[in-house]
Design a protein around this ligand. Structure first.
Ligand code: ADP
Ligand code: MG
Length: 240
């Protein structure tokens, strides 16, 4: 479904991605871990063309993401993204936040959009909070609204960039449960995360990045026990 080949990305003189190659199959859950500043956010932002690239190729369902003729809106309908900061519209209710893109971008009929938004609110376990404003919700609840908002575009793949990093420990779990349920339903997911327990349980494949390269990768069963590169070992020893 997604294929990265020798992806290079620089900001000015700073080369942040130095040849990243991997494939993601439909329905797979991929976790990307690694030290701060190693290029994880840059990498997943390249997948939905929020960042351009200097070399290599990224395809989503066979389409080259960095083709200048590509319709970015079409790409972003297929590739949903959720960030550490939820970025909800503060003066819109939770339900309105979820309804907004299908109404304004897809120009779908309001009654259909509302019905789907209500279903999505239920799916992220926020039934009853439809009319709450973001400021009246906990961080974990706001993040689940952000996930529902992304799902409202009916994406084929979801990108999650450290979506639990800003949350209180007790609300981290409810967000992870939501993502786990999505994964179980077959949603293709690429997650940047520091939640190793989650990665171990849910990931099909884990990639460890450092300084713009993939240092080590494997399925969780071997990744955590057989990581041999000293950088991976040091990172895991700090985090586990
Ligand atoms: P991570 O998500 O792994 O912490 P990032 O992808 O955010 O790492 O950042 C990797 C490097 O790229 C960092 O050195 C960061 O300062 C730099 N960087 C990220 N975004 C930009 C940008 N828009 N302009 C310049 N440098 C950037
Ligand atoms: Mg980051």
């Amino acid at each position: 479904m997604i294929s990265l080949k020798d992806v290079h990305k620089s900001f000015g003189d700073l080369e942040v991605l130095k040849g990243i190659t991997f494939d993601v199959m439909k329905g797979e859950v991929i976790c990307i871990i690694g030290p701060s500043g190693s290029g994880k956010s840059t990498l997943i932002r390249c997948i939905n063309a929020l960042n351009d690239i200097q070399r290599g190729s990224i395809t989503v369902e066979g389409q080259e993401v960095h083709d200048p003729n590509l319709d970015k809106l079409e790409l972003r309908k297929k590739v949903g993204m959720v960030f550490q900061q939820y970025n909800l519209f503060p003066h819109k209710t939770a339900l309105e936040n979820v309804m907004m893109a299908p109404l304004l971008v897809l120009k779908q009929a309001k009654a259909d959009v509302e019905q789907r938004a209500r279903r999505l609110m239920k799916k992220v376990r926020l039934e009853g909070k439809e009319n709450f404003y973001p400021g009246e919700l906990s961080g974990g609840q706001q993040q689940r609204v952000a996930i529902a908002r992304s799902l409202a575009m009916n994406p084929d793949v979801m990108l999650f960039d450290e979506v639990t990093a800003a949350l209180d420990p007790e609300t981290v779990k409810e967000v992870l449960v939501t993502i786990k349920e999505l994964a179980a339903e077959g949603m293709t997911c690429i997650l940047v995360t520091h939640e190793m327990g989650f990665a171990r349980e849910v990931a099909d494949h884990i990639y460890f990045t450092d300084r713009g390269v993939i240092v080590e990768h494997g399925p969780p069963a071997t990744f955590f026990t057989e990581a041999s590169d000293p950088r991976t070992q040091e990172f895991l020893s700090q985090i586990l």
